[in-house]
Design a protein around this ligand. Structure first.
Ligand code: SAM
Length: 612
């Protein structure tokens, strides 16, 4: 048994982390979580969250891996001046660790429930399957540790006024509540929302299990942003909402002054998604949550321009709602298919909003990869993106405040060459970099004259220039040659092993994948009706198989699947490699097809068809 009462310093990261890498990621100092009210007396639980190490926090079990984000796509809606929303593909723990503190208003998550592995496998994606060992191997404690490490990061990301909703069910909700009390503080607990639904499994010999539990915490209960609609007249929630928002605050005359309860059976029940519900069949994603419950949370817990995040975004319900309600958003999923479905849904949602002319100022969104990259795209990236990627992969920090210097590793200036793999560094580049170094404070005050140049290749005259500088003025420029390492080579294993400390699961980070080569064939069945086939597609990642196919039969500027043509499963839940479509009219039509494989490769095909 533990003593109750204020416990300071139990759950605080040590201020003196010695090694430099660790220092750059020093844990915030605000963690004084587990302070149960004195009236609690003694309670039989640990004070620190499961998995927490006094010295290294959650980094002991989940080491820090800083890797670059690769922007593979920017879907634009005509407002490049607005900061884009972000959709990440990668393990959320590592993605979150690279996001800035106190930047998010609302986090909603719907993590895999602790309900057995089978149920939680949605796509069969290799990246998805891999994480299940983390989640389930250690039983309930293993699950809680896995989740705690993530909740801890979420708390860091929340603004002081922010809040978090964690969607669970009876399998683990009560265990997670205890952990969240430690991480967020017992007094910051706001509600346990009971969302009860009408459809779904039966329970013999007991009451039917018909609800989920949503744990709602404030980062700080005294500062939290919460708009409670007391009645329609004074409800600031209704004021200024875009018309597109479903009116979840809709009340009939008699309950004009009703306060929304923490049990949500009544007005939301009609939105429970059956398999045939258009909202669900449109995206076809098994654990998809209804838009209506997300609308309620977003409206209550974010200001008008707030930032909403969902780090287990699945089919993208949360970002779709956020976008429609004019909020900014961040979404993340480790499944490539989930990311493809989300991107598609957000694109279609934005197009609809523009048509309705409600949200004309919709920010673009980027699709960013963490840990698995597309090699070809990297060498074709704009120079600034390429530089940022290389600097981050090298453990340096991009910094363009001094002309001619692209970043710093520790305090040492770093320069990065061109993206094109055929480019070579010349004597002129070397001299320019040396000149830039001469202008730094470091050089002028402390006479420090070293620098690092990263590039695909260095010409002999570049080497000579560096030798000259070394001899004449002791300027020491180090050349680091970039290389593409094959995934299946010994070199790659060694490189990753060096990166990944001793954590076996980390072997799979920093992987490069190839997009599948998509081949589409078709046959006319009858007037305007065709059958399309992608079975000739070549998957280029060794051992990979096709896991999802999406069709757009009116392909325009952006890919946006035709309703009903994304995440289409055939028998045995395999993706359907054929699709039948009836065009609304004859004539030329542009069509496109996106294919994902289970290792994370994604390819797009587009072409024209003469519909007859
Ligand atoms: C229950 S689903 C979310 C469904 C979502 N709320 C919706 O409405 O569509 C959980 C998702 O979490 C993702 N996931 C599991 N572990 C993850 C991790 N470590 N990082 C990112 N995503 C993860 C899974 O791929 C899955 O898509």
């Amino acid at each position: 048994m533990q003593e109750a009462g204020p416990v300071k310093g139990e759950f605080v990261a040590p201020p003196d982390v010695s090694d430099a890498d660790e220092r750059s990621d020093a844990l915030p100092e605000e963690e004084e979580f587990w302070r149960p009210p004195v009236r609690f007396g003694s309670i039989p639980v640990e004070k620190t969250p499961l998995g927490w190490d006094r010295r290294r926090g959650f980094r002991k079990l989940y080491p820090q891996v800083m890797l670059p984000m690769q922007v593979v796509e920017r879907v634009s809606f005509g407002h490049p001046e607005l900061e884009p929303n972000r959709l990440f593909w990668g393990d959320n723990l590592h993605v979150m660790r690279q996001l800035p503190s106190e930047s998010i208003d609302l986090i909603y998550i719907d993590p895999p429930f602790f309900s057995g592995r089978q149920y939680n496998i949605i796509f069969g994606d290799q990246n998805e399957l891999r994480s299940f060992s983390d989640i389930y191997e250690g039983g309930m404690p293993g699950y809680l540790i896995w989740l705690n490490a993530r909740l801890y990061e979420m708390k860091r990301l929340l603004k002081k006024t922010g809040s978090i909703y964690v969607h669970l069910d009876w399998h683990a909700a009560h265990y997670v509540k205890v952990e969240m009390d430690k991480i967020f503080g017992y007094d910051n607990f706001m509600n346990e929302v009971i969302w009860s639904y009408a459809l779904g499994g039966s329970s013999r010999g007991r009451y039917q299990r018909k609800h989920d539990n949503i744990l709602f915490y404030a980062k700080s209960v005294g500062d939290v942003h919460f708009h409670q609609p007391r009645d329609r007249a004074t409800s600031s929630l209704l004021a200024g909402q875009p018309k597109g928002a479903r009116d979840v605050w809709r009340t009939s005359d008699e309950d004009e002054h009703r306060v929304i309860l923490d049990a949500w059976p009544d007005d939301l029940v009609e939105y429970t998604l059956s398999n045939r519900d258009p909202e669900r069949s449109q995206w076809g994603y098994p654990t998809q949550k209804p838009v209506a419950i997300l609308e309620r949370m977003v409206m209550a817990s974010t200001p008008a321009n707030g930032l909403v995040a969902d780090f287990f975004c699945g089919g993208g319900t949360t970002p779709a709602v956020a976008q429609r309600l004019g909020r900014r958003w961040i979404a993340c999923d480790q499944s490539r298919v989930a990311v493809a479905i989300t991107a598609d849904r957000l694109t279609r949602g934005a197009q609809q909003l523009m048509l309705d002319s409600v949200g004309t100022n919709i920010p673009d969104f980027t699709v960013e990869h963490w840990g698995v990259y597309e090699a070809k795209r990297l060498s074709q990236a704009p120079a600034d993106q390429f530089r940022e990627f290389v600097l981050c992969a090298f453990g340096a920090i991009p910094d363009s405040s001094e002309p001619g210097i692209h970043g710093h590793k520790g305090a040492i200036p770093v320069w990065v060459g061109e993206p094109d793999q055929r480019s070579q560094v010349t004597a002129k580049d070397v001299e320019a970099f040396a000149n830039a170094i001469r202008k730094t404070v470091r050089y002028q005050q402390d006479n420090l004259r070293d620098g690092i140049m990263l590039a695909w290749a260095f010409r002999p005259d570049a080497m000579e220039a560096a030798d000259r500088l070394r001899e004449l003025e002791q300027t020491d420029l180090n050349f680091v040659r970039l290389d593409m390492i094959r995934i299946d080579s010994v070199q790659f294993r060694e490189h990753v092993a060096a990166l990944s400390t001793d954590h076996a699961d980390y072997e799979n980070f920093l992987t490069f994948v190839q997009p599948p080569h998509v081949e589409v064939g078709w046959k006319r069945l009858q007037e305007r009706t065709y059958i399309f086939d992608v079975s000739e597609t070549a998957v280029l990642n060794p051992g990979a198989k096709i896991i999802n196919v999406q069709w757009d039969f009116q392909y325009g500027r952006r890919f946006s699947s035709t309703p009903g043509y994304s995440f289409i499963r055939g028998a045995k839940k395999e993706p359907a490699l054929q699709a039948q479509y009836e065009f609304p009219s004859t004539g030329k039509s542009r069509i496109a097809c996106k294919v994902q494989d289970d290792m994370g490769g994604e390819g797009l095909w587009s072409g024209e068809i003469e519909v007859s």
